[in-house]
Ligand binder design. Structure first.
Ligand code: PGA
Length: 225
C-alpha cells in the first residue's frame, strides 16, 4: 500500500480547507493500491470528515497533526486521542516543528504514540537525523510494530532542497533494519517534479507532503508521479 499524507500544518482557514476537499473530490481518481491522508487542524476535522463522507471519497481519510500525550482528564487545552475517535483514522506525532517550536521530547512523543494506539489510530511518527535512533529508542517495547515512520530530514523541510535520494535510501534501510515491521515515508520538499525519485526508492511506501499539498493540483501531481 502507498501512503500519501498531506500535511497542511497551520495553513488554511475552514472555508479553504473545505474548498480543497471539494476540489479533490472533482479531480482525484483513486487507485486501489494507495491511500490519501489529509492532516488538517483540529477544529476542522469534524466538518471535513462529514464532507469526505458526503463526497464518498472512500480512499481519503483524515489525520490529526498532533495528539495529547495524556488520556481524557484534567489537561487544559489538550486534545485527547479519544476525542478524535470517529473523525480521523490516523495521527501524526513528533513532527520536527512540534519537537522544535513546542519543545516536545522523545518521551512525550512516545507517550502520544501510546495514546493514539489505544484508540486504534494509525500512527505516523516523524523522525529525523541525527535524533532518529533516540526517537525510535524512546518507544515502548513493541510499540514500533505497524507504525508509519516518516523520515523527514530537518534541512529538507520547507526548504525547497530535498535530501538526495541516495542518502534517503541509506536512512530508510537503517530504519527498516532497526524496526522492520513499519512502513516508511519520506518527507521534505517533495514536489510533483521529484516525487518519483523518492517513490522509486526501495523500502519507501509513501510521502509526507507539506507545501506541495496545499494546492490540489500540485498534490495530485505528487501522487500521479
Ligand atoms: P514540506 O514539508 O513538504 O513543505 O517540506 C514536509 C513536512 O514538514 O511534513
Amino acid at each position: 500500500m502507498k501512503y500519501f499524507v498531506a500535511n497542511w500544518k497551520s495553513h488554511k482557514k475552514l472555508a479553504e480547507a473545505e474548498a480543497w476537499v471539494d476540489e479533490l473530490a472533482g479531480k482525484y481518481k483513486p487507485k486501489s493500491d494507495e491511500v490519501v491522508v489529509v492532516g488538517a487542524a483540529f477544529p476542522f476535522l469534524a466538518r471535513l470528515a462529514r464532507k469526505i463522507e458526503e463526497k464518498q471519497l472512500g480512499q481519503v481519510s483524515l489525520a490529526a497533526q498532533d495528539v495529547s500525550p495524556f488520556p481524557l482528564g484534567a489537561y487544559t487545552g489538550a486534545v485527547a486521542a479519544e476525542m478524535l475517535d470517529g473523525m480521523v483514522e490516523a495521527v501524526i506525532v513528533g513532527h520536527s516543528e512540534r519537537r522544535e517550536y513546542f519543545h516536545e521530547t522523545h518521551q512525550q512523543v512516545a507517550n502520544k504514540v501510546v495514546q493514539a494506539r489505544e484508540v486504534g489510530f494509525g500512527v505516523i511518527l516523524c523522525v529525523d537525523e541525527p535524533y532518529l535512533e533516540a526517537q525510535l529508542a524512546a518507544l515502548e517495547e513493541g510499540a514500533a510494530h505497524g507504525l508509519i515512520v516518516a523520515y523527514e530530514p530537518l534541512a529538507a523541510i520547507g526548504s525547497g532542497v530535498p535530501q538526495k535520494p541516495e542518502e534517503v535510501k541509506r536512512v530508510v534501510e537503517m530504519i527498516l533494519k532497526k524496526v522492520p515491521d513499519v512502513s516508511v515515508l519520506y518527507g521534505g520538499s517533495v514536489t510533483p517534479e521529484n516525487s518519483r525519485d523518492y517513490m522509486t526508492i526501495p523500502g519507501v511506501s509513501g510521502l509526507l507532503i507539506g507545501g506541495a499539498s496545499l494546492e490540489v493540483d500540485r498534490f495530485l501531481g505528487v501522487i500521479n508521479y
